[in-house]
Design a protein around this ligand. Structure first.
Ligand code: GLN
Ligand code: ZN
Length: 761
């Protein structure tokens, strides 16, 4: 019985790759230093999997930036602006594409399916001259072989690669990317031939696009590509790997009929229908790579239950054709639980990070061939049982309160125009009111105080004093700038989710549970392990303190339930929406406490609402329904005169505009750095919605200071589409990562622009 791992994290257990990359980029170390760190990481990963007994060990899943960019390099598809003149692509061209250089900006980056990983989007067109320009896959295969490990080289499959691309600048939007298939296949053939010559016996093509909603034309491309590759693949075992969802029925037919393919990999964790598809028919004599160990989460596998699934599959495909695998690359989970000595012992027994998941895969494979490690299985069963029965997981009161929410849709008692009238009586704001999104610059000093307070090196008293001083500074600055609705600046927060997670029950935090987000950037999501409740108020102290410093309205500042959920590792023992409802109830308590404390404007950020959209369109409605409902739960109980704001960090709304309107916030601030008129017209559609809207008037992601004219010009463009009485003037996101030297003049120009325009009405 064989075992397989789809892919492995690259960062290293202590983010070694991150530090090596950043030091290289800063010119503090050489390319050789970086290569050495990378090679050491690869070798330790291969050795570890080999020691653990994994039969099919992946190579070429390591990357110094991104596997899609690696494929772009392999195909020599470098956009001309990076000045590549042929030859093997080195770090200079590679990192210029990834990060830009002094004269050329980086290539676009976008989300990898529904994960928090981002890939570099290939830019293709009829003019691209493909050539074999990076031998990385072969080099890494040989590198492993020299270490005594025979690996399965992994390539992003040719059809998924094209479907993940976009037409290059100047190429018509309607250009068929798939028409390039016959131009890239010869390069794949060259790579395959070299891998064969180097001794590879298996090769893995990742074709995750197969889980999406594809049309007949796209499916046909798979059939065409693999038929065309068949001859060059002969003599090799070929695995086509899918992940992140089940493969739709039509695509399943296409996939399992592909020529030249010996094995098929499926996600049995997220792919809720995968099992039925396989039961409905699987080609005889082919290998089934059964992804039963979750690569998207940090929970220990329920080995007994996986074993029974695997036994059923064995009955279908035969004993020698079943391979135990992970549901997807382990890139999307944390690296190694070994580095969590401080984590609570009981919670730790419920978890498995990448290193532990490899062991699970192997244990399952061994159990299937009669070599069950009884001790390991019974330890696992005990942990599963403790997780089910632990009082720290279940809180009856929370369960009941969340269950009681179903059926009702939780709306505020008056409609938005009545509410806005009541609010205006209280707030008395000018037209085109100005505000900011929440955070102000986080200085090194501020970060130091927070860190030392956490490490108990600074007393509570001193800490409160320091934060209070910071808030006071931010309040005074906003008054000087003459901003209408103020914020306290969020100096007490390191991160908008972590801050709340740390104060809610049911959350745990890791020391090294990092997951790659893009390039050298990693995030450390909290772990939601139990029913969520709020033991005590979380922000009321700081918000009321800030309000006491000014006569102007001070926004209470909260993170919404959907964002907290989407940026955490969530429970797999109840549906996501149940967890979301629980968080919503906790935030609702906070909203109501803020209101009681005299806070009249409360912002509930839903920066990540869009991110949670499922991969398939057919599932969007269900998600949006409970996500929007969760948001409404948080504020359905406030007075008409309390103004609820929300903020979202993106501007692609066209497809979800009705859901956004259904959130029924009084004011919504959004990112709009490209002053996208299409976006605004979308909102005009919803003018009957009538709520306030603040499309960002300048881009906070750049250090550039926008002029008064530029901002005024932009606001006027907005006014051509939106009505004066609903438009707010604000930057497009929080100011946390900017410097005061940028923020002060930018906000001053923003306020001046608003004032100038007010005189016109
Ligand atoms: N209130 C948060 C801030 O200003 C919002 C951040 C975000 O949208 N990502 O930092
Ligand atoms: Zn934002």
């Amino acid at each position: 019985m064989a075992s397989h791992v789809v892919g492995y994290p690259r960062m290293g257990p202590k983010r070694e790759l991150k530090f090596a990359l950043e030091s290289f980029w800063d010119g503090k170390s050489s390319a050789e230093d970086l290569q050495k760190v990378a090679a050491d990481l690869r070798s330790s990963i291969w050795k570890q999997m080999s020691d653990d007994g994994i039969k099919f060990i992946p190579s070429n899943t390591f990357s110094c930036y991104d596997q899609v960019l690696d494929t772009t390099a392999m195909l020599g598809a470098v956009p001309p602006r990076y000045g590549w003149n042929g030859g093997e692509i080195g770090f200079d061209v590679y990192f210029s594409m990834a990060r830009g250089n002094a004269s050329v900006p980086a290539m676009e980056m976008t989300k990898w399916f529904d994960t928090n990983y981002h890939y570099i989007v290939p830019e293709l067109g009829p003019e691209v001259n493909f050539s074999y320009a990076s031998h990385k896959a072969v080099i890494e295969y040989k590198e492993a072989k020299d270490l005594g490990v025979d690996t399965v080289p992994v390539l992003v499959g040719p059809v998924s690669y094209l479907l993940l691309s976009k037409p290059a600048k100047g190429v018509e939007k309607s250009f068929s990317l798939l028409s390039l298939i016959d131009k890239i296949l010869p390069i794949y053939e060259e790579v395959v031939a070299e891998l064969k010559a180097a001794g590879a016996t298996w090769i893995q093509f990742d074709e995750p696009k197969l889980v999406m909603d594809l049309g007949a034309h796209e499916l046909q491309a798979f059939t065409h590509a693999y038929s065309a590759l068949e001859a060059s693949l002969s003599g090799l075992n070929v695995l086509v790997e899918t992940y992140f969802a089940d493969v739709p029925a039509e695509a399943y037919k296409t996939l399992t009929a592909l020529k030249g393919v010996t094995g098929f990999g499926f996600d049995l964790v997220r792919g809720s229908k995968t099992l039925d598809l396989i039961k409905g028919g699987f080609p005889s004599g082919k290998y089934l790579f059964a992804g039963v160990v979750d690569g998207r989460n940090i929970w220990a596998n329920d080995l007994a239950s996986s074993l029974s699934v695997l036994s059923a599959l064995e009955g279908i495909v035969g004993k020698d054709k079943l391979v135990v695998s992970t549901s997807c690359s382990l890139l999307h989970t944390a690296v190694d639980l070994v580095n969590e000595p401080k984590l609570d012992k009981e919670i730790k027994s419920w978890l498995a990070f990448a290193a532990q998941k490899v062991v699970e895969v192997n244990a399952l494979a061994k159990a299937l061939c009669g070599q069950k490690d009884e001790a390991f299985f019974s330890e696992n069963a005990a942990a599963q049982a403790s997780r089910k029965s632990s009082p720290r997981v279940t809180n009856e009161a929370v369960q009941q309160a969340a269950a009681a929410l179903k059926g009702s849709d939780h709306r505020r008692s008056s409609n938005v125009s009545a509410r806005l009238d009541a609010q205006q009586k209280k707030l008395n704001l000018p037209i085109l009111p100005t505000t900011t999104i929440g955070s102000f610059p986080q200085t090194l000093e501020l970060r130091r105080v927070r860190r030392e307070y956490k490490a108990k090196k600074v007393s509570e008293e001193d800490y409160v004093e320091a934060i209070k001083k910071e808030i006071n500074k931010v309040v005074k600055l906003q008054e000087e700038l003459d901003i209408d609705v103020l914020v306290h600046g969020e100096p007490e927060r390191n991160d908008m989710v972590e801050y709340f997670g740390e104060q809610l029950s049911g959350f745990a935090f890791t020391a090294n549970g990092w997951v790659q987000s893009y390039g050298s950037r990693c995030v450390k999501p909290p772990i939601i392990y139990g029913d969520v409740s709020r033991p005590k108020a979380m922000t009321v102290f700081w918000s009321s303190l800030a309000q006491s410093m000014t006569k102007r309205p001070m926004k209470g500042m909260l993170t919404g339930p959907v964002t907290i959920l989407n940026w955490s590792f969530v429970r797999n023992d109840q549906p996501r929406f149940e967890t979301c409802y629980q968080i919503a109830l906790a935030i609702k308590d906070e909203v109501e406490d803020l209101e009681k404390a005299g806070i009249t404007v409360i912002q509930i950020d839903e920066a990540a609402l869009r991110e949670g959209l499922p991969l398939r369109k057919s599932e969007h409605g269900f998600y949006l329904n409970w996500a929007v409902h969760s948001f409404r739960i948080t504020n359905c109980g406030v007075e008409d005169s309390t103004q609820i704001h929300t903020h979202m960090c993106y501007s692609h709304f066209n497809d979800i505009i009705h859901s956004i309107i259904d959130m029924d916030a009084d004011v919504i601030t959004i990112e709009n750095s490209r002053s996208d008129e299409k976006l605004l017209s979308v909102f005009r559609e919803g003018v009957k919605y009538g709520a306030g809207i603040g499309p960002g008037v300048y881009d906070i992601h750049s250090p550039r200071i926008p002029s008064e004219e530029e901002i005024a010009d932009r606001v006027e463009k907005m006014l051509a589409v939106l009505e004066t009485n609903i438009l707010w003037v604000n930057p497009d996101c929080g100011l946390k990562t900017r410097k005061y030297a940028e923020v002060k003049p930018a906000l001053s120009n923003m306020v001046a622009a608003a004032k100038r325009l007010r005189t016109k009405f």
